[in-house]
Design a protein around this ligand. Structure first.
Ligand code: MG
Length: 365
């Protein structure tokens, strides 16, 4: 099989209301898509991360990579990854690696379709049912404690047994009160994650961690700057709450340093950001050798295959319509939360089918 074309498609849409975490405001959402076309009629669909720009850089890097990919055998994902990585001329991490991720994910879709098998089975097929948590709890204009508690209990009512909320965007005591109110609303048996999106210096992260300990927090995500490995370690050693990180980390090299340094308890590589499924497999194996779980950040449609495929997949992140109102529209077969779990699709490949009709007016590149 030969790759005949690489197509980059960028979609953006406005949110009804901007949402905010500890660091950023998001007024838009979107999709960065790479399609790999082949001479055997199979087209692979891959997604790549990077919604904070208008997509032009993503597309330009995609064009830059096209001549390296066209003509190759799509089943040689390791070779293609290496070919894309070797030049390192336009940046090793950052957006370059996000585009490599999208290409690589599309190659896995081709591989699954060629093998007539879902990707999670190609990855090892550890389980066809994996725990899921609903991410939300953002800050919004006019959103009070009751609105936050209502959002979280609504996530529980649609089947979640774990929910995540933002911290780091308000004074420490105010955030601790938000955590207390949510814990009280969801009761003692639902897991509660908190995510600071790197908003703290390590000493404030330690301060809020101590204050949150009575509320049985499942993990405290990205307490400090992603480059502050020692800061992660200091926070980890100062609290009984497990610390997690990884959505802003890249490649096996970045995760190697986090793992070898014993900086966190839970790793959150994002297959749309850190290098794609080829690379996340290596991180999962490295983590497994240290008895550490991985819980991929971001998109649920690819995350579910990773968590289901490997032995140390902890839980899948899931965004419902309150956070991404377009999900049920752009995705023809959206994943559904079912009594605390999600099931990877049994369709060949990643099982992602874009709804071109819903997306046609939202294409920006
Ligand atoms: Mg996060």
């Amino acid at each position: 099989m030969k790759i005949t074309n690489v197509v980059t498609e960028v979609y953006r849409w406005k949110r009804d209301k901007p949402i905010r975490n500890g660091m950023y405001v998001y007024a838009e959402a979107g999709l960065n898509v790479v399609k790999i076309e082949t001479d055997e009629g199979i087209t692979g669909i891959g997604l790549g991360g990077g919604m904070t720009d208008d997509g032009r850089v993503f597309q330009a890097i995609g064009e830059q990579f096209k001549p390296i990919v066209v003509g190759q055998d799509p089943l040689q994902n390791e070779k293609i990854w290496d070919n894309l990585w070797q030049p390192k001329l336009i940046g090793r991490r950052g957006l370059t690696t996000r585009v490599i991720s999208a290409i690589d994910n599309a190659l896995w879709d081709v591989k699954g379709k060629a093998a007539n098998m879902p990707v999670y089975k190609l990855l090892g097929g550890f389980s066809d049912s994996v725990p899921v948590y609903i991410a939300g709890g953002y800050y919004e204009e006019g959103k009070g404690l009751k609105d936050l508690a209502d959002e979280m209990t609504e996530s529980v009512s649609i089947g979640a047994k774990a929910v995540k909320m933002k911290i780091g965007g308000a004074p420490i005591n105010e955030d601790v009160e938000r955590v207390r109110v949510v814990r009280e609303a969801i009761g003692p048996d639902i897991d509660l994650m908190v995510d600071a999106n790197a908003a703290y210096r390590h000493y404030d992260a330690i301060k809020i961690a101590k204050k949150m300990e009575p509320y049985d927090v499942f993990w405290f995500e990205e307490p400090v700057n992603p480059d502050d490995y020692q800061g992660h370690k200091l926070v980890s050693q100062s609290t009984s709450i497990p610390i997690s990180t990884g959505e802003n980390e890249y490649t096996r090299y970045g995760f190697r340093d986090l793992i070898e340094g014993r900086c966190v308890s839970i790793l959150q590589p994002d297959p749309l950001i850190m290098g794609g499924i080829t690379e996340i497999q290596k991180v999962a194996a490295m983590a497994h050798a240290h008895d550490l779980p991985i819980s991929p950040h971001g998109n649920q449609d690819i995350g579910v295959h990773v968590v289901a495929g490997v032995p140390n997949g902890l839980t899948v992140e899931y965004y419902r319509a309150s956070t991404d109102p377009m999900y049920d529209l752009w995705c023809k077969e959206p994943l559904r939360v079912d009594d605390g779990v999600v099931h990877p699709p049994e369709r060949p490949g990643l099982g992602i089918e874009l709804n071109d009709e819903a997306l046609k007016d939202l294409r920006v590149g």
